[in-house]
Design a protein around this ligand. Structure first.
Ligand code: AMP
Length: 493
């Protein structure tokens, strides 16, 4: 995803660098006769966890586009005047996740382009695997790019197709060109649309409001607007909201043999109160916790979550343990300072370690003199677990066992999640025993890949498990394809 903010196919600008993959949140709203800006703003608030680097809203009032795009959190980015300036009953919005390295206003979205047959705005969550190829081809045809992000590639390709075709055909043509993961909200003049890649890697859903419709990355955004979740946008489907908020039209533009839903959305990214592809994330996490007990339960005095990421896992784990006759206590053993941002955005290892200490503090009565199981969703670099084990020991725990509700993350994400490079991943080249030693735990267990597929209720070939298997459902240069899939692979072009 990502792209320069204001682009123009005919205008030249210096290329800008940008991180390769990001997870983001996207929104689109079309209403009967109410301004769209405020509902978009609330939806972005609901999706803030999907991106904290920058945010933006673009609306259309029937005559022209209005936009406000800014760095930072949704709550800081807009003042009442900004919202009042965003006129129109239709609009789209975006929150963007910080990437390692560059923090660049030019990469903030929605990305806008104006061209002969109107104006376009795009919000993108995901990552294309063939953006470079298309960029070079379009550049050779005279398109000038203002960023090196792939959202701009989609925008230019679509703008070009729109000069020759109607809207739906133009989008179909662009979909045939672009490969990779994308959940997009698109606004062409005042028509708002949602588009999900043929394998449905990133989430996108449709919600009904009293006076219109909303498209959003997660259903929690629909709830925030007191709307009703209609359904997910289907993989390969284009949903066009009718002007005036009167329903929507669906076009199944591309069909793939398999889906590639990202399992990590369920494990970590999505809000627990969201329903993704029919499954309530909280319940999936609890089920993963239950399976973790079944596969790797250990008797201790107390089970405690890493707040907040491990909470649902730990409650499922403890519940399954108690059902099995264990008299383990389920308690909070760590307090989180909610004013500290995510440790991930700290640029150096030293700062990341300090941030964990700032963020979490043990509750002595839970851990002192006791054997403890700490449950979290995942280990990426190992910073959090290493620090926590040390903290909990210092607070007097006799034994510290670590249980993780996902398999080892051993390969990078190429599909839109800012994870870490292979070199940084603690599990990339270490055995579980070596990782246990490195984090300093008395025991360490991860969950199996099969348990993930079971808990989500989706067959393994229909999930993207690239980061835990090193085998990807998309053709990524230098990486293995997923051999569990049968039938024709998505066109290589
Ligand atoms: P680490 O400390 O590097 O091992 O990261 C693991 C911790 O970060 C866990 O508590 C996760 O909940 C959280 N986490 C996992 N993936 C991500 C991500 N892509 N961005 C931010 N935090 C993450």
């Amino acid at each position: 995803m990502s792209g320069g903010h204001h682009g123009h196919p005919d205008g030249a600008a210096a290329p800008r660098t940008d991180g390769p993959t990001e997870k983001c949140g996207v929104v689109g709203v079309s209403l009967a006769d109410r301004e769209a800006a405020r509902p978009i703003y609330y939806s972005l608030y609901a999706l803030q966890h999907r991106g904290q680097e920058s945010t933006g809203i673009v609306t259309h009032d029937g005559f022209q586009q209005h936009d406000h795009v800014s760095m930072g959190l949704v709550g800081d980015a807009f003042d009442p005047g900004d919202l009042a300036g965003l006129a129109g009953n239709a609009g789209i919005g975006h929150v963007r996740y910080p990437t390692a390295g560059s923090v660049d206003e030019a990469c903030a979205q929605p990305f806008t382009v104006s061209f002969k047959s109107g104006s376009l705005a795009l919000s993108h969550n995901g990552n294309l695997v063939n953006a470079e190829e298309i960029r070079e081809e379009l550049a050779a045809k005279g398109h000038a790019f203002t960023s090196d992000g792939d959202t701009e590639v989609i925008a230019h390709d679509l703008a070009r197709n729109l000069l020759e075709e109607d809207l739906v055909r133009a989008i179909r043509r662009t979909m045939e060109r672009i490969h990779g993961s994308y959940s997009l909200t698109i606004m062409h003049d005042e028509t708002v649309m949602g588009l999900r890649d043929p394998q449905g890697n990133r989430p996108l859903c449709i919600g009904k409001l009293d006076d219109g419709y909303v498209l959003a990355s997660e259903s929690a955004a629909v709830d925030t607007l007191d709307g009703e979740l209609v359904r997910d946008v289907r993989p390969g489907e284009l949903v066009v909201l009718r002007d005036g908020g009167e329903g929507f039209d669906s076009y199944q533009l591309v069909e793939a043999d398999h889906t590639a839903h990202c399992f990590f959305e369920y494990v970590y990214f999505a809000r627990p109160d969201s329903v993704l592809d029919g499954e309530l994330v909280y319940e999936v996490r609890r089920e993963l916790g239950r399976k973790l007990w079944d596969e790797a339960g250990v008797e201790t005095d107390v089970v405690m979550p890493v707040p907040d990421s491990g909470r649902a896992f730990a409650s499922g784990y403890a519940e399954a343990a108690q059902e099995d006759g264990s008299d383990v206590e389920f308690a909070e053993g760590l307090m989180k300072n909610r004013y500290v941002g995510r440790t991930f955005i700290m640029p150096t290892q030293d700062e990341r370690e300090r941030a964990v200490r700032l963020k979490l503090n043990p509750i002595r009565s839970t851990v002192e003199g006791r054997t403890v199981t700490v449950v979290d969703d995942s280990i990426v670099r190992g910073t959090t677990s290493t620090q926590l084990v040390e903290l909990i020991r210092e607070a007097g725990a006799e034994e510290v066992h670590v249980r993780i509700g996902s398999p080892q993350i051993l390969a990078p994400c190429h599909m839109g999640i800012d994870m870490a490079t292979r070199e940084e991943l603690i599990a990339a080249d270490r055995s579980v025993e070596e990782i246990r030693e490195s984090v300093g735990a008395d025991s360490l267990s991860y969950l199996s890949v099969d348990a993930i597929a079971d808990a989500i209720g989706t067959a393994r070939p229909d999930l993207c498990l690239g980061c835990v298997t090193g085998e990807y459902p998309y053709d990524v240069e230098g990486e293995e394809m997923d051999p569990h899939r049968t039938g024709p692979e998505p066109a290589d072009d």
